[in-house]
Design a binder for this molecule. Structure first.
Ligand SMILES: [Mn+2]
Length: 327
């Protein structure tokens, strides 16, 4: 019998898809196809009416599809919050793995990962990348560890599904350090490090610092540049408490930019202020996020810069007030 893999096109999708692939191979199935799925190309209405082939279908790190029961058998695994989870009593030929507390989908599939030591060893790396729990700013920016270089290869090759399917099979067979010499993995890493190095150089000259009462906020705008880095500012200025990051977003010919505000993930805080609420207070337009990271889309770079300055001031005041209440 045949099987197909449908998995999200990021590193966690790669590892969890490989766990599903490895399991199907182990039980004697033969591969039909591997498909990388994105929310933009498979929105709910499309995904729920997708015509699955009558074979074994495996969906990982992506929402459950109401069309999955048309499979001969299916496996669905996910860890994202607020997913629709089908009633298990209604499922006769399928199995669902779901845990919204898991840091990665690979972690949800850990029992199946144990069938292959190579995949089992990648589960903690999938946790790290998918939940952005890097040990240091240096690790997050430079991505030097072999599994992280594989993650870079995944993030830099979103238009090359043939290669990504090959990569998914490769990680089942060889450890990451033996994949690094693959021309596409090597090329992706060179392109990635070029962007990071340019970002570090750029921030050394252009990171704007706002300091008030022992609270340090960095503001960086990558608008108009071909590089941007989420973490380079913390490498350039490790003492930052908060970072406000502004960058261009697709479509690239539109003036709209994205602004995000986040905590320094590598600094300990005695008290925590909710950034999503603060952003909502300061900015009238649509915004989202949670306590530690919040973001909004602004009409242009100038509006974003104005908001950033205001936000920096409010964040300093709010953290100082919160600290005074504690002591
Ligand atoms: Mn995931």
């Amino acid at each position: 019998m045949k099987f197909s893999i449908y998995t999200h096109g990021d590193f966690d999708g790669l590892v969890s898809g490989a766990i599903g692939y490895n399991f199907c191979k182990e039980v004697g199935l033969s591969l039909d196809k591997i498909t990388f799925v994105e929310y933009s190309t498979y929105p709910p209405e499309v995904w729920d009416s997708y015509r699955f082939d009558p074979i074994v279908n495996v969906v990982t790190d992506f929402p459950y599809s109401r069309a999955l029961p048309s499979s001969d058998f299916f496996i669905w695994a996910d860890h994202h919050q607020e997913r629709f989870v089908p009633d298990s009593s209604e499922i006769t030929r399928g199995v669902c793995f779901y845990d919204s507390d898991a840091p990665s989908c690979a972690r949800v599939l850990e029992p199946l990962a144990k069938l292959n030591p190579l995949l089992e060893s990648l589960v903690p790396w999938a946790d790290m990348v998918d939940s952005a729990r890097y040990e240091s700013a240096e690790q997050a920016v430079l991505m030097k560890d072999p599994p992280l270089r594989v993650a870079v290869a995944m993030s830099q090759t979103f238009n090359d599904d043939v290669f990504r399917a090959e990569l998914l099979k490769m990680i089942c067979q060889v450890p990451p350090d033996q994949i690094l010499s693959h021309p596409k993995v090597d090329d992706a890493y060179r392109r990635y490090t070029w962007k990071q190095e340019r970002s570090i150089d750029f921030l050394q000259k252009n990171l704007v610092l706002y300091e008030d009462k022992d609270v340090l906020v960095g503001i960086c705008s990558f608008v108009g540049y071909k590089f941007s880095s989420r973490y380079a500012a913390f490498l350039v200025q490790p003492n930052l408490d908060f970072l406000i990051h502004i960058r261009s977003i697709p479509p690239w010919d539109s003036p709209a930019v994205s602004l995000s505000v986040s905590y320094n993930p590598w600094k300990e805080f005695d008290c925590v202020i909710p950034l999503h609420e603060i952003l909502r207070d300061v900015y009238d337009g649509d915004s989202g996020g949670h306590v530690r990271v919040a973001a909004a889309v602004l009409p242009n770079a100038q509006a974003a810069m104005e908001l950033a300055r205001k936000l920096a001031q409010v964040v300093c005041t709010r953290l100082t007030t919160a600290r005074e209440k504690v002591t």
